[in-house]
Design a protein around this ligand. Structure first.
Ligand SMILES: [Zn+2]
Length: 154
């Protein structure tokens, strides 16, 4: 099971920073609200990015800026609720969240999770209502509306 560990610690001779890991490996920072890094203990942008990054890892996603902008990832919708429940209230210098805790929370709070699919044309992650199934002489493909239009012009 995945365990997310978050710690506030001082780098040798450097500033104090918040480090997040998943089973001991550095958690990838999904940068949206806070380019300067993670935070916790309040409801700001550093905590929001921590929430987003934990959920992205939980869902196995690594959304691009464009995907986040369009909400084309499961982590986007619940991340503010998650922040207020698990990140903002944390006092002290470290805490842990397990995969099971996240799963239970998603069920209990009835989080609505979007379904995503990868467009066969451009390779971008899309919502399932942003694609069409196309069948032609070459077979069947799932394409976003933009790629469908391009195909129609050719
Ligand atoms: Zn496409």
């Amino acid at each position: 099971m995945k365990v997310y560990k978050v710690e506030r610690r001082a780098e040798k001779g450097g500033p104090v920073g918040v480090i997040a890991t998943v089973n001991g490996q550095p958690l990838i920072h999904i940068v949206h609200h806070s380019p300067t890094g993670f935070e916790f203990g309040y409801g700001g942008s550093g905590p929001a990015d921590l929430a987003l990054s934990i959920l992205a890892n939980y869902f196995g996603e690594e959304p691009s800026e464009k995907a986040l902008y369009h909400g084309r990832c499961k982590c986007w919708k619940p991340h503010q609720d998650f922040k207020w429940r698990f990140i903002a209230p944390q006092q002290g210098n470290s805490f842990e969240i397990t995969e099971d805790t996240i799963s239970s929370w998603i069920v209990e709070t009835k989080q609505e999770l979007v379904e995503t699919v990868v467009c066969d044309g451009c390779g971008e992650v899309m919502l399932t209502d942003e694609v069409e199934k196309i069948t032609n002489a070459h077979g069947t493909a799932t394409m976003c509306f933009e790629c469908c239009e391009e195909l129609a012009v050719k």
